[in-house]
Design a protein around this ligand. Structure first.
Ligand SMILES: [Zn+2]
Ligand SMILES: [Zn+2]
Length: 184
């Protein structure tokens, strides 16, 4: 809760505040989010207007999650801007029955729903450890970034058997082992 008493209610008066608030529970989406209790940094500008307090701000949050392709843990930061009008509790909304309008509770502002809209709704549903993450091999689940560009499988292709007969080298024995593992 943000206290707006220092701002006063004189239209035109404004105030800047820098705040650190702990992240609430479940502040994120399935694959990525802000760890509970981690610091949300807020740069806020509060302006008294006729019907309430206009809050313009930037939120900076730490993010933790998993790469949607290779499932590696990832950590980054995220920044979101927001602007919201909080109407004074004793002000009637000018005829339009807007149930979504946010109200001050006394002199207090509850920023959490605003931050949820600004941050959580903007988080990527499929976060990536890097833009060109190649992900996992669909056949064996190995990380393709580790396995290298030559990684591949030729399952049940008789030409592999012929090649093995010819070479018998370490590489083909590795393929042999892998195929046995999959069958077993
Ligand atoms: Zn990845
Ligand atoms: Zn593979």
């Amino acid at each position: 809760m943000l206290d707006t008493r220092a701002l006063g209610r004189q239209p035109g008066s404004s105030r800047e505040e820098v705040l650190n608030v702990p992240a609430p529970k479940d502040f994120g989406v399935e694959m990525v989010g802000v760890p509970e209790g981690a610091a949300i940094e807020l740069d806020l500008r509060l302006e008294a207007v006729l019907e309430g307090v206009l809050i313009t701000g930037t939120a900076r949050v730490p993010l933790e999650g998993e790469c949607a392709r290779c499932l590696d843990p990832l950590a980054s930061t995220f920044e979101a801007d927001f602007q919201e009008l909080f109407v004074y509790p004793d002000t009637r909304s000018g005829g339009n029955a807007d149930d979504d309008e946010l109200r001050l509770e006394g002199d207090l502002v509850d920023l959490e729903p605003v931050l949820r809209d600004a941050v959580v709704l903007a988080l990527p549903l499929s976060p990536l450890c890097r833009d060109d993450c190649p992900g996992l091999c669909a056949e064996c689940g190995v990380r393709l970034a580790d396995a290298g560009p030559d990684h591949g499988h030729a399952v049940a292709d008789p030409r592999w058997a012929a090649l093995r007969d010819l070479t018998g080298d370490e590489g083909s024995r590795a393929i042999d082992r892998r195929e046995r593992k999959q069958e077993g």
